[in-house]
Design a protein around this ligand. Structure first.
Ligand code: FES
Length: 172
């Protein structure tokens, strides 16, 4: 009998805690007007730009593209095996900015080791690992374009994973 009362008291305490936690969660999602304004400014609306069709790509041959606008050169790649951020039927299609994140030099693709290489100060970025920097002066990874492939095989860029060199916002 005494034991049942203890269990019941414990259950009520537990339920009260749950109600308080829920109330706290609701309070946490209510933003002040200033917070809402700051969040709206931080949000970037990316265009959905068609870059190419899956049929246009040859394994390990870069295709020049630009995203999110003509002043942001990039490269579209079919790497031949599924990789981080890869899309398409084989999960191997990726795209990156070719502006080096160090000082904006234009980089070139090396098919030998599937890297993008900077002639400025020799930074190197691994296209099979989401543009991870593997050598050099840059202090951030390469900006990867976020891709989607539709039912017809058209490849669209719909966002960018890092800040493109020289920009305060990826969308001007
Ligand atoms: Fe590319 Fe300096 S501009 S490493």
């Amino acid at each position: 009998m005494k034991c049942n009362k203890l269990v019941d008291a414990g259950r009520r305490q537990f339920l009260r805690g749950g109600v308080m936690a829920t109330a706290g969660a609701v309070a946490a999602t209510v933003m002040t007007p200033e917070q809402a304004k700051a969040q709206a400014l931080a949000r970037v609306d990316y265009p959905a730009n068609r870059l190419a069709n899956v049929a246009d790509l040859v394994v390990n041959e870069p295709l020049d593209v630009a995203y999110p606008d003509a002043d942001s050169p990039g490269v579209l790649l079919k790497l031949g095996q599924a990789v981080e951020g890869g899309v398409g039927p084989d999960g191997d299609i990726v795209a990156f900015s070719v502006l080096c994140p160090h000082k904006g030099w234009l980089m070139s693709y090396s098919a030998d080791d599937k890297t993008l290489n900077c002639p400025g100060h020799h930074s190197r970025f691994d296209c099979e690992s989401g543009g991870q920097q593997i050598w050099g002066h840059a202090t951030s990874n390469l900006a990867q374009f976020l891709l989607r492939v539709d039912g017809q095989g058209d490849i669209y860029a719909e966002g960018v994973g890092e800040l493109i060199y020289g920009r305060l916002s990826n969308v001007l």
